[in-house]
Design a protein around this ligand. Structure first.
Ligand code: BJW
Ligand code: ZN
Length: 229
């Protein structure tokens, strides 16, 4: 069975990673749409570096939860028939055991050189303008996708969504495109669509099936159902 799973901030919430749009979300006092932009970075790179440096450092104190681990078990069961797409920039899917994760909004543990486009593994701070190892320029930025930028891996995602039999969205508010549109695309190509989210998302009406509750409970139960047929 070909399956595409899309995850968002809600899958990491129970690991202690804050979501974007819940009450205690990130960017307190700011709308994420106003600050997660290339314009905001140009205006005030230090604040943006400080924000991502803090989130990168915080990875050391969080652990994957049973929802991440269940999706790793699903990968072991389905192999190449699973595409796991995450909007998250944390590395909790990998630490939960998934080996092939498409990070469509980038990764915290990577830096992108705005001068030469090199991507380099990065675990320390970017504040202080460390030079790019490839070209020497002081032009490293967080390797994340801000509003107005093109998400990563779109061709692979579109191919898999068009071919899948089951599309499952986990822990995402459905507020950000193109990810929020995958459900309609999958349904149009004949997939069964499932939402697993704490509360009904903005896109809940587009799903054939919706289950509401914490990911750590819903995801292991759903994975057990589809792997035992
Ligand atoms: C739980 C839980 C628990 C809590 N268990 N659940 C007008 C109309 C339509 C589109 C546009 C428009 N104007 C502009 C656009 C496009 C724009 C867009 O979508 N804007 C919207 C504001 C409307 N999109 C873009 O610009 C994108 N690029 C683009 O479209 O390029 C064109 C193109 C596309 C395709 C091909 C070619 C060209 C880029 C979007 C980049 C988004 N970037 C961010 C920041 C990344 C770096 C970082 O992490 O800082 O990505 S913004 C932020 O939102 C982040 C997230 O990945 C993303 C989604 O958030 P998510 O994951 O859904 O989190 P929340 O907090 O919103 O929701 C959490 C959910 O979990 C909630 O529902 C909770 O209930 C639930 N939950 N606890 C289960 N325990
Ligand atoms: Zn460079």
């Amino acid at each position: 069975m070909r399956v595409v799973v899309l995850t968002g901030a809600g899958i990491s919430a129970e690991s202690g990673v804050p979501t974007f749009r819940d009450a205690d979300g990130l960017w307190e006092g700011h709308r994420v749409e106003d600050v997660a932009t290339p314009q905001a970075f140009r205006r005030d790179p230090e604040t943006v570096h400080r924000f991502y440096d803090a989130r990168r450092a915080a990875l050391a104190s969080v652990e994957p939860n049973p929802a991440h681990e269940a999706l790793a078990a699903l990968e072991r069961a389905l192999g190449d028939d699973l595409l796991l797409v995450t909007q998250n920039i944390d590395d909790l899917h990998e630490r939960g055991g998934s080996t092939d994760v498409l990070h469509m909004h980038g990764r915290l543990r990577s830096a992108l050189c705005a001068a030469c486009d090199a991507r380099v593994g990065w675990d320390g701070p970017l504040l202080g303008a460390p030079p790019c190892a490839a070209c020497g320029a002081d032009a490293l930025r967080p390797d994340v996708v801000w509003f107005g930028e093109v998400p990563l891996g779109m061709e692979r995602i579109q191919r898999a969504v068009a071919r899948c039999e089951v599309f499952c969205s986990i822990g995402t508010s459905g507020a950000v495109y193109p990810a929020a549109g995958f459900v309609q695309y999958a349904a149009a190509y004949g997939a069964h669509t499932v939402e697993l989210n704490l509360v009904p998302s903005e896109g809940t009406a587009h799903f054939a099936e919706a289950r509401h509750g914490p990911a750590s409970r819903l995801v292991p139960a759903w994975v057990a159902e589809i792997t035992t047929g």
